[in-house]
Design a protein around this ligand. Structure first.
Ligand SMILES: N[C@@H](CCC(=O)N[C@@H](CS)C(=O)NCC(=O)O)C(=O)O
Length: 203
């Protein structure tokens, strides 16, 4: 069995997306719970690992990986048997990178505009354009679906699908009630991994 990955986690954080990915990969991991209310993420020990003092953070064979999409891509690569990343050299890998990066660099800032009510910048200046443009791009990417790579479920869906699911939960406009997003999230959340983690969280 591969060496144990140390996963710094709090279920009320972006780390949940990494938790889902660890399960999808069948990874060998150990959870270290980080209490965000007690600000354990800002302790000197934790800041040595991640100077941002943020979750998720993983340590694999002595190497620290942070930033949710980077961790998810890394896990897909070290677990090729899970089939969650097209191989290097396959053109589908381009599509996979595209949506993983889109999640971090476009969906994230756009959804933060909406969640915080902060004024959206000029769409021509903002790398993500506008919230509406981001949703249109995702709609097109998920049509006909069922996944971002078409028939193949991948790590890009773990990340982007989880982000959309989270945004729906807090009622971000233009998501719930849109068939393409409703169906996509329903597919993701009906997977055994998601169901298992939800049952564990409930227990
Ligand atoms: N760019 C990071 C963002 C991580 C992040 O902001 N995590 C939040 C929880 S969702 C956090 O740890 N906040 C605690 C803090 O900043 O004190 C990623 O994509 O993983």
């Amino acid at each position: 069995m591969s060496e144990e990955i140390v996963f710094y986690h709090n279920p009320r954080s972006r780390a949940s997306m990494v938790h889902l990915m660890l399960e999808e990969c069948g990874a060998n991991y150990r959870i270290v719970h980080v209490d965000l209310e007690k600000r354990e993420q800002k302790s000197p020990e934790f800041l040595k690992l991640n100077p941002m003092g943020k979750l998720p953070t993983i340590v694999d064979r002595g190497v620290v990986v942070t930033e949710t999409p980077a961790i998810i891509a890394y896990l897909a690569d070290i677990h090729p048997e899970a089939g969650l990343a097209p191989p290097v050299g396959d053109p589908a890998r381009g599509t996979w990178y595209r949506w993983l990066f889109f999640g971090g660099s476009c969906f994230e800032p756009a959804i933060l505009d909406v969640a915080t009510g902060r004024p959206a910048p000029d769409p021509g200046m903002a790398g993500y354009g506008s919230y509406e443009q981001v949703l249109e791009a995702l709609k097109a990417a998920l049509t006909p679906g069922p996944w971002l790579l078409g028939e193949q479920f991948s790590a890009a869906d773990v990340y982007v699908g989880s982000e959309i699911n989270w945004a729906m939960m807090f009622g971000a406009p233009g998501l719930k009630g849109e068939k393409v997003f409703d169906d996509y999230v329903a597919r993701l959340t009906s997977r055994p991994t998601y169901q298992r983690l939800t049952a564990q969280a409930g227990a």
